[in-house]
Each structure stands twice: as C-alpha cells, then as structure tokens.
Unconditional design. Structure first.
Length: 445
C-alpha cells in the first residue's frame, strides 16, 4: 500500500513546489512523542520518499504505535525569539525575518475590503450581518429537540455550510459562556507573565508541547508574528498535566473542563456530519478511533500587537491538517481570515460563538464532499489577540481513507490511505502551502 502511495506523493510534492523557505509548519499541530521517523533538523531536505519508505514494511496496526520511537528533531534551527518580547521592546519596525514578500502581505490582497454578500450567500448561508459577508452562524439549540422538524433544520443548515463554506460559527453549543471566558482570560494572564515564567515551558520540535514561537524547522524561514502554547488533551495516554502551565493557579483545572466541553461538542458535530454524508451516525467518530481514543490538542495562539501589520502575518495561510477545529476567538479583536474564492473574508466573531472548520482528514474521509478551507491570521498595531484552537483529530496511527460508501464508479477514491502520523510528517517537510498538502495526496487512480 505504501509502495503505491510513495511515488504519488513524491511526484505531487515536486509539482506543487512548496518553497521550503516559506515553511512555517503552522499546521503541524500535534506531533506526538511517538514517531519513529528519524527526522533531523538539517535533514529537512530529506526527500519525503525516504521517510515514507522507512515505514513501508510496518503493519499499520494499533499495537504498532507503542513500538514507535521518538522523532529526533530536537532543537530549533535558530535561537528562538519571543514575538511578544519583541513587541514589548517598543521597536518601530519589525525584523526582516517577519517581513513577507510583497505578494503575501495582507495589504496586497483584498483582505481589508470585506466583500458584499451575494444573493446566494444570503439565501444559503444565514449571513446575519447585512453589511458584510461573514461566515455563517448556526444555532444548535434544537439539535436535541423532540421536534423532528426543528432538529432536521439544524442538520440541514450544517449540511449546507459544510458543503459550501467549510467554516461556520455555532451558538447555543452547550459549552458554558463563563467557562469560555475564563479559559481565554486565564490564558491571556499566562502570556502576560514575565518571560522567565513562560520559558520554563519552552518547547522543542520533538513534540511541540509547550510554549513556542515558531512552527516548522526550516532554517531561514520567514516567521509568523505570534507565540503559542500547545498541549495534548486526548487520548488520555498523551495528556500530561505537568506540561500544562501551573500559573495562573486555576488554569490546569479550567483547561481540563474546557477540553471536556469542547471535545463533547466536537463529537456532536461529527455525528451530524456523518449523518449528513449518508453514513452511520458514528462512522466518523469510529474512523477517528472512537470516543475515548480520538486525538485532541489545544493550541493557544497569542498575537502581539505589531508596529507594521501590513508587512507580516500572525499565521500563514494553511488548512488545518486534522479532523476539525473548534476555535474560540478573541471577543474584542478580529484577525482570522478565511479564503473564499480570491477574497480573504475577515471573520467577525459572533458573541459567545465557536468557530468550526473542517480539516484535511474530513476532506479525505468524505472523499472531498467536504473540503478543508484555507485561512490565515492578520495582526494589528493596537491590540494583542488571543485565540484557543482545539484540534479534534483522528487517533494518529489509524489509516484514514475515503469512506467506502462515498466511493463510486463515478466518483472513485480521491485519496490513498494514510495515517495521520504520516500526514503530519508531510506537513512538517512542506509547511503550510495553502491547501497544497491535502491536494498533493490526491491519488491518480
Ligand atoms: C490555527 C488557526 C486561527 C486564529 O490555530 O490553526 O487557524 O484565529 N488559528 O488564531
Ligand atoms: Ni488553522
């Protein structure tokens, strides 16, 4: 099986020609300490085929996970600079490492011009803001209603937005607003501590867990204007509270509660997606490993204010590599932009809503009936911004492939099977090239 996948990957990787110098690996959101691939930093030039071939003789059984050894990418290629410290040093121009080529700057796109919605957008997408095009907002209140008509209406709305947008907001989602607020504000407090306190949690590219300021290990890469904290929440075997911040004192407890609530919400959305795709209600959940075994990680992003926001990005364009992302945005500061055609739409967060988006693994499982959507983050000169991204992922050692029920003669399987472990390695080498990662997996059969 891998023998078949390798040439396809290798060929397509070249064809897309992702520039390594652009590699931020911003979406490599859950590298677990269980990889067996020998991925040295300076072997970033190592062909992907080498990595895949390393594993080709290994059965993809669940037990095999245990036998995996560590990835050996142990240090960052250059001294790490905390973006928040840079911002707080009061500099009036940003270092060249953060300056993007002209064509990738926010000011060079239509990003600040929010496009007017079309009639179809109004009709299909529940756009609530009549002056601006915003991503749709769906009210989940009736998800468990006894009234079948109301319940089906929610399913129908979710179906439309999954097919047409890949990005939506949800309200009445069942997670306490107080909990959302306290999670975000405690994380803000964490980032506002003195640097030495945060440095205790400094991360490395071996696992990415902890306090970080870059994604990807390419020497000389253009960097994003953000710091982050990354941790594992699920499966329980990867959850290690000792790696979570001990300050503010209630943060660990709040992370645990928040994770529980958001993972539960993720499970509900996944069930709706399965049903809407015509699959058994638990199909996607089972494909992800089942309730207790899915992967879930939290990345808390901190985007410091920036003296030259037109020259840089808070997070490079990418699609999320995992299953689905449930994002709690900053309630005061916008910054997330979603690609729609040739435009970048700035998301206007709805009060107390989560932003949900489809990741690459659901694109694969649904045989591209649902597609992950490219997004990025812009920064501004007035305010810092905090966001909490919970990545709801498949357990990393399971093969992910299009559901048999969605493969027909007319629509053959668009992707070869691949574990999420493998997928992340691919990203690790190629970086966030918009949607090139998932598109390069398309099988040519
Ligand atoms: C991410 C992401 C968006 C945001 O963490 O993958 O896309 O608004 N974050 O921070
Ligand atoms: Ni993302």
């Amino acid at each position: 099986m891998w023998g078949r996948t390798v040439p396809i990957l290798a060929k397509k990787t070249k064809a897309y020609g992702c520039s390594r110098a652009q590699n931020h690996d911003s979406t490599d959101n859950s590298i677990e300490p269980t990889h067996e691939v020998d991925l040295h930093i300076d072997s970033a030039a190592l062909p992907l085929t080498h990595i895949i071939l390393c594993r080709q003789n290994q059965p993809n059984s669940l037990q095999n996970t245990k036998q995996k050894t560590m990835a050996t990418c142990q240090a960052w290629p250059e001294p790490v600079v905390r973006v928040q410290s840079l911002a707080e040093s009061g500099l009036s121009s940003i270092p060249s490492r953060y300056i993007r080529p002209q064509s990738q700057r926010p000011s060079n796109t239509t990003s600040f011009v929010t496009p007017k919605p079309s009639q179809t957008d109004y009709d299909n997408a529940y756009v609530h803001d009549h002056d601006h095009l915003n991503i749709p907002v769906i009210d989940l209140e009736h998800l468990f209603s006894k009234d079948q008509v109301l319940r089906e209406k929610v399913f129908q709305q979710v179906s439309v937005v999954c097919k047409e947008w890949g990005f939506f907001q949800v309200v009445n989602h069942g997670v306490s607003h107080e909990l959302m607020k306290s999670a975000r504000e405690l994380w803000r407090e964490f980032f506002n501590q003195p640097l030495e306190m945060k440095e205790e949690y400094a991360n490395s590219p071996t696992t990415y867990e902890g306090y970080g300021s870059r994604l990807g290990v390419q020497k000389g890469a253009t960097l994003d204007w953000s710091d982050y904290f990354f941790l594992h929440y699920m499966p329980p075997s990867l959850r290690n509270q000792a790696k979570w911040p001990a300050f503010p004192p209630s943060l660990r407890k709040v992370i645990a509660e928040y994770g529980e609530g958001v993972v539960k919400l993720g499970g509900r959305i996944l069930k709706m997606m399965s049903t809407n795709l015509g699959l058994k209600e638990d199909y996607l959940l089972n494909a992800f490993g089942g309730e207790g075994e899915i992967g879930a990680c939290l990345r808390v992003n901190f985007y410091p204010k920036c003296p030259q926001p037109d020259l840089t990005l808070g997070l490079s364009p990418h699609s999320d590599p995992g299953g689905m992302t449930i994002l709690l945005p900053d309630d005061f500061v916008s910054g997330l932009q979603v690609r729609r055609g040739d435009e970048w739409i700035t998301v206007k967060p709805h009060p107390n809503a989560f932003i949900v988006n489809i990741g690459d693994q659901i694109q694969v499982l649904s045989n591209a009936i649902y597609k992950s959507v490219e997004h990025r983050v812009i920064v501004n000169s007035n305010q810092d911004r905090v966001s909490l991204a919970l990545f709801y992922n498949p357990r990393s050692d399971l093969l992910i492939e299009p559901a048999k029920e969605l493969v027909t003669k007319e629509r053959p399987a668009l992707y070869s099977p691949m574990t999420y472990d493998e997928y992340r390695l691919y990203i690790r080498l190629n970086g966030p090239c918009g949607k090139a990662q998932v598109e390069s997996l398309a099988s040519q059969t």
